[in-house]
Design a protein around this ligand. Structure first.
Ligand SMILES: Cc1cc2nc3c(=O)[nH]c(=O)nc-3n(C[C@H](O)[C@H](O)[C@H](O)COP(=O)(O)O)c2cc1C
Length: 319
């Protein structure tokens, strides 16, 4: 790391550049086939961190364009984050790193693999790296690699999920890490955000609550499914992508997935050809799905969350 990009050593120091323009302690989580530039820009302008998965941009040129537009349109807004798959089977990694080095997202969130491969490049330009982890042992590994923060994937999260209770997971991680923690898993309303803070997390990672937002790239049928569904419609299985995920029962049925498929063990391949990607028409969502009762804009969702959060005594950037 060059001298001028030396990173702050305290938690407050790490958080200061991130929270500067935030109005609520929320990261609108990256969601494949859902998050695009409109969603990210709307999130940042409303005062939450907006994010998207690099893999969601079909071509590397699209990724370049998306990053360029987001950087330009979020100048005085909350920061944005790019989500990178760091699984060894993901083949676009080097090209994505090159785009990142040019567009310098303030925050990079790694998923499904070791964060080690991105840390130097992101720290080089002064960005921060958070790693999503589903177990304390993965948290320790990510910290040993040099990440600046952790996203704890807990039970009930949409898409690839954890299985641990947030109560125990945050406590166990807080035994060895006093830096930034982002909590995920069915966080759906202001009460849940306050609960995440009470547990010891710094930010709530919210995906499902934004699945049916106006700016979501989801097809209309998918948004309707979100509005109509309840938690019993969500099925956990590692048989779809090779990693445990929460999926809509209705989309599993429509795709003809059998009980045997759900129980199958499958090797994760993040670079499988488009038409054979099992998750293409099988839609992820978390246990908090019934919190979505209408299709609203991202700004409306965040404004409502902030209104309730402050009324309930939330203190984040209150003035
Ligand atoms: C449809 C969908 C797609 C997702 N895609 C990604 C992804 O591409 N990368 C990633 O790191 N997480 C992905 N996630 C997980 C979210 O980033 C986040 O961890 C999760 O939504 C939080 O739980 P919640 O949905 O209960 O709020 C996805 C989640 C959903 C619902």
């Amino acid at each position: 790391m060059s001298a001028q990009t030396k990173l702050p050593e305290t938690k407050q120091g790490v958080l200061a550049p991130l929270i500067k323009n935030m109005r609520i302690p929320v990261i609108v989580a990256p969601m494949f086939q859902i998050s695009g530039p409109d969603m990210v820009i709307a999130s940042c302008r409303a005062g939450a961190i907006g994010s998207f998965p690099a893999a969601g941009a079909r071509k590397i040129e699209d990724l370049d364009e998306w990053c360029d537009r987001i950087s330009r349109e979020t100048k005085d807004a909350a920061p944005w984050a790019l989500n990178l798959l760091t699984h060894p089977s993901y083949i676009r990694h080097d090209e994505e790193l090159e785009v990142i080095s040019r567009h310098r997202p303030p925050l990079v969130i790694t998923a499904l693999g070791s964060p080690k491969v991105v840390i130097e490049a992101v720290h080089e330009y002064g960005g921060l790296v958070f790693a999503d982890v589903a177990r304390p042992r993965h948290a320790k590994k990510a910290l040993a690699a040099g990440v600046d923060g952790l996203v704890l994937l807990c039970a009930g999260a949409g898409g690839h999920t954890g299985t641990y209770s947030p109560f125990a997971f945050v406590d166990e991680v807080r035994e060895f890490w006093d830096g930034p923690i982002v909590l995920s898993g069915a966080i759906s309303n202001a009460r849940n955000i306050l609960a995440a803070e009470a547990l010891g997390a710094d930010f709530a990672y919210m995906g499902t609550r934004f699945l049916a937002a106006k700016e979501s790239l989801g097809v209309p049928r998918r948004k309707d499914m979100v509005v109509e569904a309840c938690m019993e419609d969500i099925i956990a299985s590692a048989g779809i992508s090779g990693v445990l995920g929460n999926w809509f029962r209705q989309s599993l049925e429509a795709a003809g997935v059998t009980d045997e498929d759900l129980r199958a063990t499958r090797k994760m391949n993040m670079s499988a050809p488009e038409k054979s990607k099992p998750w293409k028409d099988i839609w992820g969502a978390g246990h908090g799905v019934s919190s979505v009762t209408s299709i609203q804009s991202v700004a409306e969702i965040i404004e409502n969350l902030r209104h309730d959060y402050i009324n309930l005594g939330g203190k984040f950037q209150k003035s």
